[in-house]
Ligand binder design. Structure first.
Ligand SMILES: [Zn+2]
Ligand SMILES: [Zn+2]
Length: 202
């Protein structure tokens, strides 16, 4: 098997900030999802990713790898977490449909035996872990087969309609700053931004 294409480019590690196994796992998941759906890395706004990760667990680094591989970035509003706290993501293309990739528990368990996690459990950040310990687990990940790492499920019924784009903006009658249409609120009959409105964000 040719695993070389699943090794993230140097700029990916530079963007991510440290070397760890989860960014490369997300990168591979993203590459495989593009392949499965028969699409290229997203240039514009037709492809979406819904990672099921939450916060406060180390595997969230996967999401940087997913963005790097697929071009579905937070800046383009093409990626949104479900906060299920699971090691999975659904990839959806408006014309090609959807597929869900999840990490197999056996793979996650096997990873857990590496010294890398002994450091992480002591609260040591990836950039502070000896390079040999980090490389050991990253190289092991590179050697695993896709079948061993991922469960793949087609999602023929998956639907998603992105919010309609709008360039319409208004000046808040209180602070004078621009606010885009769907976020404008009314106060005493005048348009205001959410912070000036006193309403909760919703
Ligand atoms: Zn990381
Ligand atoms: Zn305002």
């Amino acid at each position: 098997m040719d695993n070389k294409k699943f090794i993230p480019p140097d700029w990916a590690f530079e963007f991510h900030g440290h070397r760890c196994p989860f960014m490369p796992i997300g990168y591979r998941m993203g590459k495989l999802a593009l392949e499965y759906l028969g699409i290229e890395r997203e240039k514009d706004h037709g492809f979406f990713v819904f990672p099921e990760l939450g916060e406060g667990h180390p595997q969230t680094c996967m999401m940087d790898g997913i963005q790097i591989a697929t071009g579905a970035t937070y800046g383009k509003v093409l990626i949104a977490k479900t906060f299920y706290g699971k090691l999975a993501a659904t990839f959806y293309h408006q014309k090609k449909g959807a597929v869900r990739y999840s990490l197999r528990p056996e793979f996650v368990d096997a990873m857990g035996n590496f010294e890398f996690f002994a450091y992480r459990k002591k609260g040591i950040e990836p950039s502070e872990i000896p390079a040999a310990v980090v490389d050991e687990i990253i190289n092991w990940v590179y050697q695993q087969t896709n079948e061993l790492m991922f469960k793949v499920e087609p999602k023929p019924d998956f639907q998603y309609t992105p919010p309609k784009g709008s360039f319409n903006r208004t000046k808040c009658s209180l602070c004078g700053e621009y606010v885009f249409e769907r976020y404008v609120r009314m106060k005493d009959g005048k348009p205001v931004c959410i912070p000036c409105s006193g309403y909760e964000k919703k």
